[in-house]
Design a protein around this ligand. Sequence first.
Ligand code: ADP
Length: 499
Amino acid sequence: MPANLRVLFLAAEADPLVKVGGLGDVAGSLPAALRTAAPPTADDEIEDGEWSGVDVRLALPFHGAIQRQDFPVRWLGSFQVPHRPEPLPAEAYTLEMEGVPIYLIAGEPIPSEAPVYNPDAAVDGMKFTFFSLAALELARRLGWRPHLVHVNDWHTAPAVYDLFLRREQDRFYHRTATLLGLHNLPYLGAGASTALSEFDLPPATGSALPEWAQHLPLPLGLLTADQIVAVSPNYAREITTPEFGSGLHEFLISRKKAITGILNGIDVQRWDPRTDPALAARYGPGELEQRKINKRQLQEELNLDPDPDIPLLTLITRLDQQKGVDLVPEALGQIARLGWQAVILGTGDPGLEADMRALAASFPDRVRAAIRFDAALSRRLYGGADMLLIPSRYEPCGLSQMIAMRYGCVPVARATGGLQDTITDFSRSADSTGFLFGPPSPAALASALRRALKAYKDADTWRGIQQRGMQRDFSWERSAHQYYQLYQQVIKARKQVSS
Ligand code: ADP
């Protein structure tokens, strides 16, 4: 009798309940895509090889940012999470979205007034370690035994390590496989060490990890997960190099067999220029003229010269060193003599926020800086601006370039990580979808912008680039299918080890 493959998916954030960055997009889309790709049927016991579907369930911390009035939840129950010197009480709530059961976990370490990510690493260490273990405990309480626990980044890596340490003696989790999704290697979870020891997760002394990493949640997850999945094939390679390996490249080389890369998708329903209610004019690849209406509306809204022919550049990003935002002022300075306008939408590092405000002040007639998180404005920018700048120092996958291409907003990006996997440079013009540059320098960005501005002048060429980007398949379906196959392999391998 075929059985459902049960997957417990843990994440720090998931759109639309709570979203800070790309992880929120992934956790908000992949579970539903998996259920659609392989719909679950009436539940059965584990059978060899024959899976009929994926019963994937998502667990999230009940952050204060999750609006109860928008997302009515049902109380499930309360239970204790093992912790020293005494267990900590947790409460679980549930709701369902797009057919995916979601569990929200509350408790003292997850204060409702705190931001999703706290500047104090120790506070987050406590919050996410508590959450990770509470989620495992909840599944046990529900008697819902996952075949695989899929965690994401350092926040939920403690669940992998906990299973590694205890599953041999644990009848419930005995055969459960683990998969660690790697969205951002440099965030190792510094500050969580005290929390780990309070939750009885000791340092992995004498392990293959370098000593400095033996008490950090992400390295511990990387050490003990059955499978590691980086969010793009290129990033899976890059993390084994000194440049991108965050000091762990040698260790990661030793784990190479367990590492693979699966490109993220985007939710093509939520991101569709033909139906996006945030846009004044909606359009498909054959109706690019319509974008001009959106561009004009943006120019008027932002008090820019409403000239349809001036290329409108945009930057939509967390303002973070990772994103190479600091390259932008100098690069724009280097092409100041060319005609363009620019809109920066971003929030994050206070120094970079100040730099972006200063940039706008130094080009009062053509640069605007919106220093905030504004989902509606981001959609208007994707749907009206001509180019999206993505000068990232590293980019595990990146979603914004895929969203931009889907909206006919041409990416000008660094050739790194997932950007390189998803954007085809203009030099390969037959299938080009954007402009790539190599070194993380203002000069290289300026040079790519010059190439893009030149191509923009030829309307046919530009339309071709836009249309090819819009026609690329960035749906989650393909990625979900790859995950489904990988889950099966990993579960099978774990079963062989544990039986
Ligand atoms: P990361 O996860 O590293 O932040 P991604 O490119 O993977 O980068 O995902 C970023 C997501 O966040 C995209 O959906 C992008 O549109 C959105 N985003 C980033 N900054 C803002 C902002 N200030 N306002 C609205 N959306 C934003």
